[in-house]
Write a protein that binds this ligand. Sequence first.
Ligand SMILES: Nc1ncnc2c1ncn2[C@@H]1O[C@H](COP(=O)(O)OP(=O)(O)OP(=O)(O)O)[C@@H](O)[C@H]1O
Ligand SMILES: [Mg+2]
Length: 320
Amino acid sequence: MQTQPEFLTLRRHLEQIIVGQSRLLDRLMIALLTGGHILLESPPGLAKTTAVKALANGVHAHFQRIQFTPDLMPADITGSDIFNPKTSAFRFLEGPLFHEIILADEINRAPPKVQSALLEAMEERQVTISGQSHALPELFIVMATQNPLEQSGTYPLPEAQLDRFLLHVVLDYPDEKEELQILDRDRRSHFGEDRDDLDTRLSPATVLTARREVAEVHIEEAVKRYVVSIVNATRNLGKWLPDWQDAIRFGASPRATLAMVRAASAHAYLQGREYVIPDDIIDVAGDVLRHRIIPSFNAKSKRLGSDDLIKGIMDAIPVP
Ligand SMILES: Nc1ncnc2c1ncn2[C@@H]1O[C@H](COP(=O)(O)OP(=O)(O)OP(=O)(O)O)[C@@H](O)[C@H]1O
Ligand SMILES: [Mg+2]
């Protein structure tokens, strides 16, 4: 846990830029600490882009923002083979994905082909062009943002591919007190009083060391069983909640089980603990499962969404 104090410094840096939104800040830290990709969703103007940029600024890493638009092509993000007339040979020209921290901004505004090129890179950490694979950087992590699906001009991400995201975070509007602070902070920054006072950026080596430390956070058998019960309940809801027997069309995959333990380990690490407790699981479960379960039409007609179903499951399963 040697590296943990440096991450607390980074967290304080984020708090100086973003008012409130503490779940969001926690989740960004967890993503960085696990190498997991994160999807942030909210209506426009809730500081998604600002928060990701602040995080990237706190790490000494190659950062790239990719604005997803309806006319984007897969090669625009992956790169492509370019013919060099001098040597009469093709040479791979790396696209913007070949960076360490990627902000995939407004990911649901790009057509499905581009989304799937991104999601493939996320899963395999490599890009394949003309049968040749090109490895992405070791630190590679995608922080994607999207507006809610009802907004016009959006292409919903394919459900099966959402599974590639470790966490799916839905942001809430700030309360009135926080909104006043946002206003004050903005005015101060216009007068140049709010300089970026981050003097120590995290090095990529520190991030990689921290990821190893997080992977070593201990989890005991009873807590593992708890995770498995939660994920299993998304596939056998009737066992725990007979009234909701057919409320979930598709449950979560084993990837969710792994994701829950990884995210909970990072959560424990941020609390300075070398072992996972059930509270870590409870804290991350919603963001791990939200995008991995598909409510049935029946559930939707009763206005039951993923969050309601997850809450039902968490309430039903006994905490060890
Ligand atoms: N909690 C907050 N703390 C500090 N600033 C905030 C907060 N919420 C919003 N802002 C300010 O509001 C503005 C909009 O933020 P930003 O562009 O990051 O939103 P966004 O969520 O990315 O929006 P969009 O979905 O339209 O891309 C920025 O100037 C940002 O500083
Ligand atoms: Mg934005």
